[in-house]
Design a protein around this ligand. Structure first.
Ligand SMILES: [Zn+2]
Ligand SMILES: [Zn+2]
Length: 97
């Protein structure tokens, strides 16, 4: 079961729904990354499921297809836009699986 949380910046108005760490669902294992290509927080598929082996978005940003991604530090939780700390909602906002 994969869940999304609302991740919000405390400084700018950037917010995004994200699994905010490692999560596993229908498509496989995902982990939250910062994409250098489009400067967004993105959940990247790091381990596809058996039937999703042909997924072209493995280890890539699903928004801009860039493979310039770095792991999002779930302790620091820094905003990719302004570098301030972001908050993660206590309860999931969306169940995507
Ligand atoms: Zn920000
Ligand atoms: Zn991107």
């Amino acid at each position: 079961m994969g869940c999304w949380y609302l991740v919000e910046c405390t400084n700018c108005d950037y917010k995004v729904e994200s699994s905010a760490g490692i999560d596993e669902g229908f498509f496989g294992k995902v982990q939250t990354h910062v994409c250098i290509g489009c400067n967004n927080l993105v959940d990247v598929t790091i381990e596809p499921n058996e039937h999703m082996k042909d997924n072209p978005n493995i280890d890539k940003c699903k928004k801009c297809k860039s493979d310039k991604i770095i792991l999002w530090d779930t302790e620091e939780r820094l905003c990719p836009k302004c570098g301030f700390q972001m908050t993660v909602s206590e309860n999931p906002t969306t169940l995507w699986d």
